[in-house]
Design a protein around this ligand. Sequence first.
Ligand code: RIB
Length: 341
Amino acid sequence: MAVSIRDVANQAGVSVGTVSNVLNRPESVAAHTVDRVRAAIDALGYVRNDAARQLRAGRSDTVGLVVLDAGNPFFSDLARGAEDAAAERGLSVLLGNSDERPDREDAYLGLFEEQRVRGVLLSPSSERLETAERLRAHGIPVVLVDRSAPGSPFSSVAVDDEHGGYIAARHLLDQGRRRIAFVGGQRSLRQVADRLAGAERAAAETPGARVEHVPTEQLTVLAGREAGAALGARAPRPDAVFAVNDLVALGVMQALVMLGSVRIPEDVALIGYDDIAFAQSAVVPLTSIRQPAHLIGSTALALLDALAADPTRAPETIEFDPELVVRASTGARRESGTDPS
Ligand code: RIB
């Protein structure tokens, strides 16, 4: 049986209201009374029911965040941005990992709705947004992260991935590469489809250039290694790989380096996407397209808090520019100890 606030009051010989004041406004209570109440709390092992308090107050201090892959440093950086912005506002963030599965995304959205969270940041696993629509209709604001949705009822914060794909392929083409393998993911995921579309647009501008999609089930290092081993064994090989994210790129790099017969970038130029911390420290420092993950998270949290305060606020689409960071994997001069980007 959980210890109640009344049990604490009885133990300390004070009213329930005094215990509540000690918990919420200790400066308004005499020091000796605070000490008596805190001693009773410790003796009984009382833990306040913050969910009930927040429900009574009608406003939760908690925000839900659903990401596609909690194992991807891009999303942990985004989560940290959301957490830092939440802490500035006295809020907390509950993190859920959908693993790119709509059923798990729905389960987390349902859990956050039951918790009556102040709002939800969501990196959608598909184009289906019915469950997010339900939360919004029930008064729980939802801001999409890592997904632009102009014209939709949802505010969003993301990078222009079509442009990001374009500048990645443009960089490879400007290095003289013409047989580009776009490695990773399925076109059903918007980030994959948009980056591939940008790469195809760049290739269409360049005589003799072509982009081949080499799909993978996962967007992980292991998936990149399997795809890289197959590409390395081809004759002729592609002369460039544009990996859908840095994890896949690092897997491709491992496979090609382990082959021992393929040089990066001389034989195969390699570019990733996200510019996670491991990109710079890879055995061949990885060229990448930088996404401001921390800024995406903090901007989305601030937007969500503003929506929670004013539900009539019009939806906003915030897009950041992707940034090309050139390193040795596409030919930047290698200098020991410094990032040539
Ligand atoms: O989850 C797949 C990718 O989409 C991540 O690597 C990151 O690039 C996100 O935008």
